[in-house]
Design a protein around this ligand. Sequence first.
Ligand code: E4P
Length: 215
Amino acid sequence: MKFFLDTAHIPHLREAAEAGLIDGVTTNPSLLAKESGDPIQTVREIAKIVEGPISAEVVSLDAEGMVREGLELRKIADNIVVKIPMTLEGLKAIRTLSLQNVPTNCTLIFSPMQALMAAKAGASMVSPFVGRLDDIQSPGMELIEQIVDIFTNYAIETEVLVASIRGPMHALEAARMGADIATMPFAVLQSLAKHPLTDAGIESFLRDWEKTKTK
Ligand code: E4P
């Protein structure tokens, strides 16, 4: 499973990319709005830091506008993936862009049939939002299980990108279910590398090592 960072915060992206921890990035209008300066400039900067796919979202609501924006976003760098919301207009835009070999990420997926429709339209990735489903007492990870099953049944190549991840258990379950990608905030990515017994083990090894100096 690939690890993406779900952020537009340059210092976090730089730190994760330098450590070789991430395979790609997802942004959205809200994440870009949290950063200072021009959002397009921020995406441009992200593209200089990360080699893998970088999702940048359109804000038009009609297919024509989405396609126009998507083609503009693609001019930023070759690794830009055009992120398009799951609507009927969005599906039309995905179809048009995929026929031009432009990679797309269909976002705001909350049902398995939405995912199947996006895949049929030609989306390169689908983004089911697990945390937002959990928030309304609907088990987000069940959606991932269903989408992975359906895509496996029909040998669909569209990647399942688990989004709206809130903690390490979402990432663990995504990997167990065979999702292709998990996109997560920086703090969640860091937490995946941690274990209290690792810290305790290092501490006791160092303590014992110190004893060898007094022998
Ligand atoms: C994914 O691409 C979205 O940017 C993101 O995961 C949304 O997460 P949130 O529900 O925590 O805002």
